[in-house]
Design a protein around this ligand. Structure first.
Ligand code: SAM
Length: 288
């Protein structure tokens, strides 16, 4: 039998993804991350991985799959997922959510907490990518609470599966054009120039975000107290319906009654997610 990988290599061709290999990759990412890869995604998956295989002298996709399976730490699998999904995000993306958070959600939380005699604001940003979303939420909380912020136990828990984006998020340094969408007064107050011509999030804001690695497919989340707000925007687009429903149910468990769930504007909650009621586009509330 002809050695196809040798032929491809001699001709300098990129390895081709066979249907059976695509199905194996689909099963791997679905089992571990709930991500669905319909058949139409085969060309995209091939295109996103070919360069990596070539650069690392991996001659066939089967060889690559063996390497991914052999890594018991799951690092290779997470890297695979990172190559085929997008971490695209930017400051104040889908900006009406941030207006709603400041003008409606925050005053509601602070009033309710004041009447209970507590000063806790617990926000979780799930699928935070490189940090723009959680940092913006902290900046808005600081704006809303002003000098009183220090008297609150506030802050944001920000989680993602990708070690690469989490490292970028923790660093908190962005190119100038990445902060273009930040309202100028906020930009002036909460960023400082970084040594390399970019903009760095101020330390006062950075220390209010806790970045952690977390796979949203985990059956149990390690949180003791419920959140008042969960942002999970543009993450569930990759998940199939059963995976999405199970995740939304876990979110309901980790939200206070009346707590808010923000999802991406191109997403919607399944009808079966009866724990929630619709509030406004891409914003839902856990029924009290
Ligand atoms: C497109 S970004 C969205 C970033 C931000 N929430 C926004 O709306 O701009 C999607 C993020 O979800 C993360 N992600 C995808 N599947 C995940 C999973 N199973 N567990 C945790 N994070 C996941 C990806 O690594 C990526 O950073």
């Amino acid at each position: 039998m002809a050695d196809e990988s040798k032929d491809a290599d001699l001709l300098g061709r990129m390895p081709e993804l066979k249907d059976s290999e695509f199905r194996e990759i689909s099963a791997l990412v679905h089992d571990k991350f709930g991500i669905k890869l319909p058949d139409q995604k085969k060309i995209l998956v091939q295109g996103r991985l070919q360069g990596f295989l070539k650069k690392n002298s991996i001659k066939t996709f089967s060889e690559y799959i063996r390497k991914v399976r052999a890594d018991k730490t799951d690092h290779e699998l997470v890297e695979l997922v990172n190559r085929i999904t997008t971490n695209h995000t930017y400051f104040f993306r889908e900006s009406d959510h941030f207006g709603f958070f400041s003008k409606t959600v925050l005053p509601e939380i602070t009033d309710r907490q004041a009447s209970r005699g507590v000063r806790d604001i617990r926000v979780w940003c799930a699928g935070c990518s490189s940090g723009e979303e959680p940092y913006a939420l902290v900046m808005l909380m600081m704006e809303a609470l002003g000098s009183g912020y220090a008297g609150w136990n506030a802050g944001v828990l920000a989680t993602d599966i990708s070690a690469k984006v989490l490292a970028m998020a923790k660093r908190g340094v962005y190119e100038r054009d990445q902060v273009d969408k930040v309202p100028p007064p906020i930009r002036a107050k909460y960023f400082k120039p970084s040594g390399d011509g970019g903009c760095e999030v101020c330390p006062t804001v950075k220390k209010e975000v806790t970045f952690r690695s977390l796979n949203l497919m985990n059956a149990v989340f390690p949180f003791k107290k419920p959140f008042q707000v969960i942002f999970c925007r543009n993450v569930m687009i990759y998940f199939d319906s059963p995976t999405k429903l199970a995740l939304v149910r876990r979110y309901a468990k980790h939200l206070e009654p009346g707590g808010y769930l923000f999802i991406g504007h191109s997403e919607s909650l399944l009808h079966e997610a009866t724990e929630f009621e619709y509030v406004c586009p891409a914003v839902y509330r856990k029924k009290a």
